[in-house]
Design a protein around this ligand. Structure first.
Ligand code: GLU
Length: 474
């Protein structure tokens, strides 16, 4: 039996969990789940200047919100620095690495020469075969990897296919700096090996690193994990993803009112496909996910598509579940905290009752919040400009008529009230809209809202008639 699948997500905590990172995490998670394996989490916090605790917290929070739980405790790469150093020593011992005593001035000269000769800048191997006993005094050496100079490094990549990198293009990489700190590629290899990672799935921007890392694996005599380098995410115009086009942290998507399930579905389709399927559940994603389904060309981020998908998810989420999402969303949006505080059990019942109507029109939880605001409003309502305009003389006259009809209603239900108001409009020779719009203004303080008879039913007779009477007083 082959060994169980172990994937890992390895973010650098130098900022939020951005959308590309979230997709990488999703692919690692879905593949691990599909294979009954594990997804580990490693925080690549070796850059002490740029790594922050807030960023670590934001990444963990973002993953949890997206429903991408990892297995075991998150590993801090920095905490493993001693082990990385040991492995640099081991490579030295095996003759697979060497001390390099080049001074900064020498390296500058090397760079300038390469530039003048229009060659790519590479370390020229000065100390590769030189006797360290000839080292100049007072220079703290770095440790460089003795990279193979001939032949090629071949990556059998699940997304990119067979990638061949001539070894002459890869110079002798520094693996330990002169201050004794290991460099990135060494740490990643040692960690992936020690964590038992069998499959590496990450952005295609790491492809060159992959070749260097493979060389280190081979020098250590370790098995090289399977590699999948996922294409980048571009903006809708095909250019690099900009903030305006979606290069934001996951928490921004949360605040924009997207549901985690919708975002999972959307992200899955950025670079991965299963036939023509566009809308699928997370269970289906897990069932269908294969590395072969990951494409080679860049994916395009499209907000309109995400919104539509989110609208679909909102409509299809059971009301009680949607209410929970809505409540956990509120603290993340401006003005949401106040609504959450105002949400008494009574109001919560009303909100739940109104959700079937509200969710038909909302593409995001932000829109849902806007259309549910009338429930939270306190009498006397303050009206927006459009609502005020609707309550001109003619509007008020219509509102007065409606008040009488509603006050006399025998049954307070949406359909019954609708029938009564329609009969009244017909008898008065008025179009229904001439009554419904002033009613909407008085009941919600706005000119747009869910179906006005739903609003009446949810608010109940006392509150509805009170709100209407408030406007008739002025
Ligand atoms: N820490 C790297 C990043 O955030 C990922 C490294 C890897 O997956 O090997 O881009």
């Amino acid at each position: 039996m082959s060994s169980p699948v172990v994937t890992r997500f390895a973010p650098s905590p130098t900022g939020f969990l951005h959308i590309g990172g979230a997709r990488t995490a999703l692919f690692n998670w879905a593949f691990a789940k599909n294979q009954d394996g594990k997804m580990l989490l490693r925080i690549e916090d070796t850059d002490r200047e740029r790594s922050t605790e807030e960023a670590v917290a934001a990444i963990l929070e973002g993953l949890k919100w997206l429903g991408l739980e990892w297995d075991g405790a998150a590993v801090s790469q920095y905490s493993r620095v001693t082990r990385h150093r040991e492995m640099a020593e081991e490579l030295l011992k095996r003759g697979k690495a060497y001390y390099c005593y080049c001074t900064p001035a020498e390296l500058d000269a090397m760079r300038a020469k390469a530039e003048a000769e229009r060659r790519p800048i590479r370390y020229d191997g000065t100390w590769r075969d030189r006797d360290p006993s000839t080292a100049p005094a007072g220079i703290k050496p770095v440790v460089r990897f003795r990279a193979p100079q001939d032949g090629e490094t071949v990556i059998q990549d699940h997304a990119q296919g067979r990638v061949v990198i001539p070894n002459k293009d890869l110079d002798d990489l520094i693996i330990l700096r002169s201050d004794g700190n290991p460099t990135y590629n060494l740490s990643v290899v040692v960690d992936d090996h020690d964590m038992g990672v069998t499959h590496i799935i990450r952005g295609v921007d790491h492809l060159t690193n992959a070749a260097r890392q493979m060389q280190i694996y081979m020098a250590m005599g370790w098995d090289v994990p399977s590699m999948t380098h996922v294409p980048l995410i571009h903006g809708p115009d095909g250019a690099k993803l900009s903030k305006r086009h979606g290069a934001l942290g996951v928490e921004a998507y949360r605040a924009m009112g997207y549901l985690p399930a919708a975002l999972r579905n959307y992200l899955a389709r950025l670079g991965w496909s299963h036939g023509d399927d566009e809308i699928f559940s997370t269970e289906q994603l897990v069932e269908w996910f294969t590395l072969g389904g990951i494409g080679k060309s860049a994916a395009r981020f499209d907000f309109a598509k995400l919104e539509n998908l989110n609208g679909h998810y909102i409509r299809h989420t059971p009301d009680s579940e949607l209410l929970l999402h809505f409540k956990s969303f509120l603290p993340h949006v401006e003005g949401g905290e106040a609504l959450l505080e105002a949400l008494t059990p009574e109001l919560e019942t009303k909100l739940l009752l109104s959700l079937p109507g509200l969710k038909e029109r909302a593409k995001t939880l932000v829109e849902l919040m806007a259309s549910a605001r009338y429930l939270f409003a306190k009498r006397p309502l303050s009206l927006d400009d459009k609502a005020n305009a609707l309550l001109n003389e003619e509007g008020k006259a219509a509102l007065k008529g409606a008040h009488e009809v509603l006050a006399a209603a025998a049954e307070w239900s949406g359909p019954a009230l609708e029938a009564a108001v329609k009969a009244h409009a017909e008898a008065a020779g008025m179009k229904l809209g001439k009554i419904a719009q002033p009613l909407r203004a008085a009941l919600t303080g706005t000119s747009t809202s869910p179906g006005i008879f739903d609003v009446l039913e949810v608010l109940g007779p006392e509150e509805s008639l009170g709100r209407i009477a408030d406007q008739l007083k002025n």
